[in-house]
Design a protein around this ligand. Structure first.
Ligand SMILES: [Zn+2]
Length: 223
């Protein structure tokens, strides 16, 4: 494994620890991946291994068709989903899938998480839509997710959970956290029985452009 791929594997392990700390995942649920080097390689968490004890040597490295690059553990069963998103979106460099509580509530209800707060508009790029239901680990789930994701950074898998994308693992983690936080705020706001409107498409574009042009630049340079 070359240095760059090794660094990505270590970063995935660290992101797993942060996911646990932030309570976005429990036990062995959810999965994390990132592009690893120039040859279209993808590094992804193994199936059925807890984040607390995960080591960089446990991370699976596969090519764009899903073929393992080294003797490794079995990759996450959601590998087809990760491959499909990378294939459809060249701008996506990292993906985090969680079953976090508040986002999953919207996934179960089949309702989008509206872009009701500004950080959501900035980092996700609009509301988080719900994909058509399909069984976990299937090509149908992957295709439905890509369809509902469109050009944004997050999508809800019906009756399942959240998929968050980013230009690096830090950004994907932030997307997962902001989507979960927004789902929570939206749910509380609904209980106040007020008419709730998302931020308009025009203002979402202004907020998103500001984030891409200015706010996020420093972070990407650091990573
Ligand atoms: Zn899942």
């Amino acid at each position: 494994m070359n240095k760059a791929t090794l660094a990505v594997c270590r970063n995935i392990v660290e992101t797993g620890r942060l996911l646990l700390q932030s309570k976005l995942v429990e036990g062995v649920w959810g999965n994390i991946s990132a592009r690893a080097g120039k040859k279209g390689l993808i590094a992804i968490t193994p199936s059925g291994r807890g984040y607390a004890t995960l080591c960089y040597k446990d991370i699976c490295v596969i090519d764009a068709e899903g073929k393992p690059q080294k003797n490794s553990l079995t990759p996450s069963s959601e590998l087809p989903l990760h491959i499909a998103v990378y294939s459809a979106r060249q701008d996506v460099k990292a993906i985090i899938h969680t079953h976090s509580i508040y986002a999953s509530a919207f996934a179960v209800a089949g309702q989008p998480i509206l872009s009701v707060v500004e950080d959501m508009a900035q980092i996700v790029g609009g509301q988080v839509d719900v994909s058509e239901y399909a069984l976990p680990g299937t090509a149908s789930l992957a295709a439905n997710a890509v369809n509902a994701l469109a050009g944004k950074n997050a999508v809800l898998l019906k009756n399942h959970g959240l998929v968050a994308c980013g230009r690096n693992l830090t950004e994907a983690l932030t997307v997962a956290l902001i989507a979960e936080k927004t789902a929570r705020i939206f749910l509380y706001a609904k209980q106040l029985n007020a008419g709730i409107n998302g931020i308009t498409a025009e203002d979402i574009k202004i907020l998103r452009d500001f984030y891409l042009d200015k706010y996020s630049r420093q972070q990407l340079v650091r990573d």
